[in-house]
Design a protein around this ligand. Sequence first.
Ligand SMILES: Cc1cc2nc3c(=O)[nH]c(=O)nc-3n(C[C@H](O)[C@H](O)[C@H](O)COP(=O)(O)OP(=O)(O)OC[C@H]3O[C@@H](n4cnc5c(N)ncnc54)[C@H](O)[C@@H]3O)c2cc1C
Length: 493
Amino acid sequence: MPYRVAIIGAGFGGIGMAIALKRAGIDDFVVLERAGQIGGTWRDNSYPGLSCDVPSLLYSFSYRPWRWSRRFPPRAEILAYLRAVADEHGLGPHLRLGTGVEAARFDESRGLWNLTLTGPHTDGPSPASDTTLQAQAVVCAVGQLGRPSWPDIPGRDSFTGPAWHSARWNHDVDLTGRRVAVVGTGASAIQFVPEIAKAAGRVDVYQRTAPYVLPKADRPYREAELAVFDRLPAVRKADRLRIFLYGELLTSGFVLSPKLLAGPMHIWRRHLRTQIADPELRARCVPDYVMGCKRVVFSNDWYPALTRPNVELVTDPIERIGPDAVVTAGGTAHPADVIVYGTGFGAVEFLTPMEVTGVDGWRLRDAWRDGAQAYLGISVSGFPNFFMLYGPNTNLGGNSIIYMLEGQIGYVRAALQALDAERLAWVDVRPEVQDEFNSWVQSASRTSVWETGCHNWYTTASGRNVNNWPDHTFLYRRRVRRFDLAAYRARPR
Ligand SMILES: Cc1cc2nc3c(=O)[nH]c(=O)nc-3n(C[C@H](O)[C@H](O)[C@H](O)COP(=O)(O)OP(=O)(O)OC[C@H]3O[C@@H](n4cnc5c(N)ncnc54)[C@H](O)[C@@H]3O)c2cc1C
């Protein structure tokens, strides 16, 4: 029997969607997760020092507050939260862990999606019937940041020591006393470098462009504060709103005009000045692009880490990697025992490598030849009843992804309910609606900091913003607050 809904991915998106279905009384669904556990980003990334950049009072489901130990809790706490919430809602029987989706193909005659599954299945060898599955609707919640990106450096494979990407941390290697080369200074590196520098003999940090680093207003919560949050939920909600508004303020600068970033620029300059005394090192920490064009990061210990005697910030470009060294321009060899790549993710390659085929054999990768796009980041014309969470143009530079996910989840739940209420086999977004939306996305992006000429992970090689939402986030929530059936072609049952 086909499922009513198949959810692909069990990160915050997939789990949030499953909870929404349960709460709406829809029980006929399955969550397919390729890994052996739920958790997405917070399961895969386990590097030392990983925590959220958004205070967890906001980086959590609005309907499920939590007793966080601190404002920006470590990864383990976020993962434990997601698991607890999934348990509370009895998602266990719906989860098929160790089950990846390789392909999804729409069968127009039956109005069903056929999913091709891959192992390893946790319950031992899977019977043949287990390798495919049918569902009336698919909610694809595979995230944007699940594909580690490796730099194309000559000789990378010739390195004989341990080497790994920050998103797949190798906990078997003890870095104590070792010479560690860190390639990249993005959001992950600025979190793990200060941690590994405490034990490593030496850390060479290879920087192509300097990040803007703002102070992180982090501290443990006092028991009295937590007690107030418990007893007076309005206080916790007010704090959540305060955090949200701060994020929207940053967003104003990112999407309207960099002039509005004068305040954050001032805070950054002061942060850099007070944390790095050496003018030469300080000069190398000054970004050469508009604030926000690359992800702004938050840390109180990144700049101090760079001043440690065992840490060197290397700004000469890497020429190649040898068996036991990183070689920079001019042939200078920097000996290394271990290399850690903090080089981010293949974010513009949405859904890769899944093969999605819609009406008339139309493939998603053909539809996205010039870059990914979707109506509201959720629906693509020609792919009926196929909904995405955290899809194209729904990433943020300054606010919580959970806030965006909750909007998308509500919209998709309403779409699924509309299928029943209107007795529809499927809905497919009208091409002209998608085109109009995407034209607006692209024109709105032109005034954003992301299109000011730096090299970032939000834009395609041709300079098109495919990742970020180019407006305030509350305006996104307004757009998805109800399912607009008129924007879709609908096939009666
Ligand atoms: C290091 C790091 C730090 C971050 N910090 C922040 C932050 O501070 N604030 C913020 O708002 N956001 C942050 N993010 C973004 C973060 O990804 C989102 O906030 C959120 O976790 C996305 O949830 P998701 O469920 O959409 O995707 P994910 O968490 O990526 O989950 C997707 C799931 O889908 C599964 N999957 C993928 N493909 C398949 C397939 N073919 N078949 C079956 N299963 C599949 C994956 O295994 C994974 O479990 C961060 C991301 C990273 C990498």
